[in-house]
Every structure is written in C-alpha cells, then in structure tokens.
Design a protein around this ligand. Structure first.
Ligand SMILES: NC(=O)c1ccc[n+]([C@@H]2O[C@H](COP(=O)([O-])OP(=O)(O)OC[C@H]3O[C@@H](n4cnc5c(N)ncnc54)[C@H](O)[C@@H]3O)[C@@H](O)[C@H]2O)c1
Length: 269
C-alpha cells in the first residue's frame, strides 16, 4: 500500500533534478504520474525509470509558459490516467546578474517561467479539482524567503510564488473547494540547474563570498558546503520526500504554508 494509491499527479519540469526525483517518488507511493517538460530526452529518462520500477507514467512536452497548453495538460492527464488531484508546479530557471546590467528581457523570461507558470498551473488545477479536491505543491526556494546578491529576478520570482501560494490556499478554503496549496523552499540542492545557470550567474556577480572565481564557483558541492551548516548540498530525493508528504493526506491540515528544506541554511543568523 502506497500513500498515494489511486491518485493521479501532474508534475512539471519532470525531466531533471528535483522534478525527476519527485515524479519517481510520487510513483513509488502509488500515484499515476503525468510528467511534463520541454526537455524530451530528460522526460524519457524519468518515464523509463518510473516504468522500470513498476510505476505508471504518461508524458507530454509542455512549455509551462504556454497558456493554451495548460487545459490540454489537465484534460490529457484525465483522459489517460484519471482525474488529477495532485499538481506539482516544479519547472523553473535561474537567471543571475547584477541589477545595473540586468535586461528587461531576462527579467520577463524569469517571471514567465517561474511565476506565470505557477499561476497558469494553479488556475488549471483549481478548475479541475474544485469538487474532487486535491493538493497543489509549488516549488519556491530559500531565495523566496530572503535576498541574494546577483539573484534579484530569481528572488522576486520565488517570493511571488510564496505569496501566490498563500493567497490561493486561503481562496480555495474560503470558497469551500477542498484543495490545499503549499510551497516548498529548497536550499542548495545538487541538480543540473547550477550548471545551466553558470554562464549568466558568472557575469561579474558575487554569489557567495570566498568561493574562488571560475567554473567551480557554482559547483553545488562547494555552495552547499558553505551555505548549509550541515556542510553539504541537499539531494533531489530529500526534497521529493517533502513533496510526497504535502501531496498526501498525511498533511491534510497543512495549508498555505512555506516548507523549508535547506539543511539549516536559513536557520542561523
Ligand atoms: N537546485 C536547487 O538548488 C534549487 C533550490 C531552490 C529551488 N529550486 C527550484 O526547484 C525547481 C527544480 O529545479 P532543479 O534544481 O531540479 O533544476 P533542473 O534544471 O534540474 O530542472 C528544471 C526542469 O525544468 C524544466 N524547464 C525549464 N523551463 C521550462 C519551461 N519553460 N517549461 C517546462 N519545463 C521547463 C527544465 O527543462 C528542467 O528539466 C525549480 O523551480 C528551481 O527554481 C532549485
């Protein structure tokens, strides 16, 4: 018996990192997983892993910023797997850079991928789950709780996810829609996002003091060792376990809250 037997979960950005780990963990607990991403090859790896472990999975190539596609995602998940009652808004990117040089185009891209997507996904899920009920988990960041030099757009986007989550939770509960909405705030997690961001993040911005300049400056091991009192970055599966908990009925009275998984990174002064 799994925690999520009989449930259908939609998860974005499932072709890499935290999204892949969460998709696999949701499936391991019995959920049928509708996994989406723009990265087709990555998505296929996730799907193969789930299938090989005996789980149920369908995939769709989805750009989370595409408004029209969101209703299709929900409808296709329902048609192929059954009515979705879990949505994990996980897809995200990080564009770094000092504010004086930061372009409006990069700002808009950051907001579109990290914020518009969470609004569009949450709206589509609420429309679908108004009577059935469900759990929506939005992936924010510790960068949504406090500022970081050179990451202003990313911080702004993740702060928006934090407050949108709370407003959506209150609105659903007040309306009598049995849908919980929570946010997850990872610290430094060892995923490919650090390598993908490296070009722009390296453009003359201080990320963490005392990290040597160069390619290793954004290595997750180095960052995690410095930022977390536990002396290491988190693993994607350590975030996935929290996502599973919030998706499940084990968290039935936990709603509209921010859940930090950061190895005590933000616990100290
Ligand atoms: N890794 C960390 O340290 C960390 C820390 C805090 C928060 N997060 C957040 O966790 C989430 C997952 O990040 P990750 O570390 O696993 O990164 P990742 O780069 O490994 O995975 C992100 C996935 O999102 C997909 N994606 C990007 N843009 C997309 C779009 N427009 N439409 C659909 N899919 C798109 C990518 O293809 C990729 O598969 C993100 O929201 C990120 O901001 C990560």
């Amino acid at each position: 018996m799994g925690l999520l037997d009989g449930r259908v979960a939609v998860i974005t950005g499932a072709g890499s990192g935290i999204g892949r780990a969460a998709a696999e963990a949701l499936a391991k607990e019995g959920a049928a997983v509708f996994a989406t991403d723009i990265d087709e090859a990555g998505l296929q790896v996730t799907a193969s892993n789930i299938s090989a472990a005996g789980g149920k999975v369908e995939t769709l190539i989805q750009d989370v910023t595409d408004e029209a596609l969101w209703d299709k995602v929900m409808d296709q998940a329902e048609a192929t797997l059954g009515s979705p009652t879990i949505l994990v808004n996980n897809a995200g990117i990080a564009i770094g850079g000092a504010i004086p040089e930061f372009s409006l185009d990069d700002w808009k891209t950051q907001m579109a991928v990290n914020v518009d997507s969470v609004f569009l996904g949450t709206r589509a899920a609420i429309r679908k789950m108004q009577s059935s009920g469900g759990s929506i988990v939005n992936i924010s960041s510790v960068a949504g709780l406090r500022g970081a030099a050179g990451l202003s757009a990313y911080c702004a986007s993740k702060g928006a996810v934090r407050l949108f989550t709370k407003a959506a939770a209150v609105e659903c509960a007040r309306a009598g829609w049995p849908i919980r909405v929570n946010s997850v705030h990872p610290g430094i997690i060892d995923t490919p996002i650090w390598q993908k961001s490296i070009g722009r993040l390296s453009e003359g911005m201080p990320v963490i003091p005392d990290v040597p300049e160069g390619a290793n400056a954004l290595d997750a091991d180095t960052l995690g060792a410095q930022a977390s009192p536990m002396g290491r970055p988190g693993r994607p599966d350590e975030v996935a376990d929290l996502i599973v908990y919030l998706a499940s009925d084990k968290s039935s009275y936990i709603n509209g809250q921010e859940h930090v998984v950061d190895g005590a990174m933000t616990a100290g002064g």
